[in-house]
Design a protein around this ligand. Structure first.
Ligand SMILES: [Zn+2]
Length: 232
């Protein structure tokens, strides 16, 4: 058991070194820029959907225009000289309605054109922001790589020590369990009982469990699965 705990301590040191890389300013900047890229991509998708909507509306508007154009041509072909006053009055009403509709359509198209140029402007703005983020993320990546290179020999050194310790492990089965849990991200695997709390997840353990632990000396926590040991 002593050897496994030694290995766990060494693994802890490796974790600390990896965390140093994760917590370095470049890593934090990198996460920020990645976020900008994700947001940018989402924004572009939104803009694309809006643009499609505008194209649809525009097509609808031009269909209306064609319909009105057809109607006005039919009216123009009517011979007004042979018409009585009632028919002329009707034609004037029709024409007024058509003018009103055309004005409305015109307003809608103008509105669509204004919205389109707004989208183009926003897209351009976003494009330059994304390009800047992308450019900087390259430099940041290089810094992270530098930090990784800095800790790599230290990690290799510790891994060598672990390799040297492994043949000395007596309880192979327990060590396999340790490796399995570590793989799953449950770490540290072996924790102490702290008062009546699990040293890993800090949940209070019931008295029944404590009693059992006193006889067995080692038991998996019912909450986090870590192996709780009675302090020697
Ligand atoms: Zn626990």
């Amino acid at each position: 058991m002593k050897t496994i705990l030694e290995i766990q301590n060494l693994d802890m040191q490796i974790r600390r070194l990896n965390r140093e890389v994760d917590k370095c300013p470049a890593s934090i900047d990198f996460k920020k820029y990645k976020q900008i890229l994700v947001e940018g991509r989402n924004r572009f998708e939104q803009l694309e959907a809006q643009a499609n909507e505008i194209i649809n509306n525009y097509n609808q508007a031009s269909n209306h225009y064609n319909k009105y154009k057809g109607n006005s041509e039919i009216m123009r072909k009517r011979n007004t000289k042979d018409m009585d006053l009632d028919n002329v009055a009707n034609l004037i009403t029709d024409t007024n309605e058509l003018l009103g509709d055309l004005t409305e359509e015109n307003r809608r198209v103008e509105d669509l054109v204004r919205k389109s140029s707004e989208i183009v402007r926003k897209s351009e703005e976003l494009s330059s922001k994304l390009a800047e983020a992308k450019r900087r993320s390259g430099a940041i990546k290089a810094k992270i790589e530098e930090k990784k290179q800095e800790v790599a020999p230290k990690i290799a050194e510790i891994e060598k020590k672990i390799k040297a310790l492994e043949p000395k492990v007596v309880d192979k089965e327990k060590y396999e369990k340790y490796k399995e849990m570590k793989q799953k991200g449950i770490f540290p695997v072996f924790v102490n009982l702290e008062d009546n709390f699990c040293g890993g997840c800090k949940v209070e353990l019931n008295l029944n469990f404590i009693e059992k632990l006193k006889t067995k000396k080692m038991l998996p926590c019912e909450h986090c699965g870590r192996i709780i040991m009675l302090e020697k």
